[in-house]
Design a protein around this ligand. Structure first.
Ligand code: PMV
Length: 319
């Protein structure tokens, strides 16, 4: 029987963003980032002996990859294969368990899953191979920077080579408010390059590092039950995603992802905080959708807060 392996990996949402690279070709970040792992938004990958190429994995919403996306994916496999001194031709199949047209970034989960599946296969072929999770994370980074954080859960921090787990006993619930289905006008690779043309890029790595330290402190307090620290965490996350989107809008040429639906949702969340003194952590990726993180005990209230929005949640609520 032909050799076949499968693996899956989750997506992640950064609260301190990776935006801007210190070395473009190898995805070295300009600053440290911190993410929460989205365990139920996953990519599944199978690799089997056969004609080299990529196909959508059946049994999930059908994934469509552009020619460029396909090449980037296959090149990542080739890079792993030559790192581990392996050869042969393999068919790679992949799919996400969330609709690919809902505007959720899937490159983090895709490249992490491919790295894990390739390692699984490599171990079958070379059982003596012993690669640490830190090294797998570093290798995954070469495919897609943000994917290196998906190998750790629930919190990951990524400084330079690869990510590592954060000692933070805090589990949150995740919701994404989907305001647009369309595909991105500017890819994240392009965004990383373009933000350096913004006049406010100067000082950005220092701002991110500063917020990171403050946020780690606040989240540690939240884990110990502090309510004021949750508010502090909200304010830090809020200013952080606006910082990234301000870089987009002040780049030359400027670009952006927010639309009327985004702003309606952001205003609504801010209003909740202002009127109740509580609410979710709010953040955004390089896209128009709004990501929310809740404490466990906020789930009931969240159903009220999210009424009227097209939303996908980690606890199954769909409105
Ligand atoms: O991994 P990339 O190159 O697709 O970068 C994505 C960067 C953001 O998602 C916008 C932010 C982050 O830290 O995940």
């Amino acid at each position: 029987m032909a050799l076949k392996v499968e693996a899956s990996a989750p997506s992640n949402i950064a609260l301190i963003k990776y935006m801007g690279k210190s070395e473009s070709s190898s995805n070295r970040p300009a600053n440290t980032s911190l993410s929460y792992t989205l365990e139920n938004l996953r990519t599944f990958v199978t690799i089997e002996e056969g004609e080299s190429g990529w196909q959508p994995l059946p049994g999930y919403p059908e994934l469509q990859l552009s020619e460029k996306g396909r090449l980037k994916f296959l090149n990542h496999f080739e890079r792993l294969w030559s790192t581990w001194n392996l050869s042969g031709s393999y068919l790679i199949r992949s799919a996400n368990n969330f609709p690919s047209d809902c505007g959720l970034a899937s490159s983090a989960s895709s490249f992490a899953a491919l790295t894990l599946a390739a390692y699984e296969l490599a171990r079958r072929l070379r059982p003596e191979l012993n690669v640490t999770l830190a090294e797998l994370s570093r290798l995954s980074r070469l495919g897609s920077g943000s994917s290196c954080r998906s190998l750790f859960s629930p919190w990951a921090v990524w400084r330079n080579e690869g990510a590592e787990a954060v000692d933070l006993p805090l589990r949150l619930e995740h919701a994404v408010v989907m305001v647009e289905d369309g595909h991105k006008a500017v890819s994240s690779s392009e965004a990383h390059l373009r933000v350096t043309s913004s006049l406010i890029y100067e000082g950005r790595p220092a701002r991110a590092e500063h917020r990171l330290e403050a946020l780690r402190g606040a989240l540690a307090e939240v884990a110990r039950g502090s309510k004021p620290a949750w508010h502090e965490a909200y304010e830090l996350c809020w200013s952080e995603f606006w910082d990234m989107h301000a870089l987009f809008e002040t780049s030359r040429p400027a670009f952006g992802y927010m639309n009327a639906g985004t702003l309606r949702c952001l205003n609504h969340m801010r209003h909740i905080w202002q009127s109740t003194g509580d609410g979710p952590l709010v953040t955004m990726d390089a896209g128009p959708n709004v990501h929310l993180l809740f404490r466990q005990e906020q789930k009931e209230e969240a159903a009220i807060w999210l009424k009227g929005f097209d939303v996908m949640t980690s606890w199954g609520l769909k409105s």
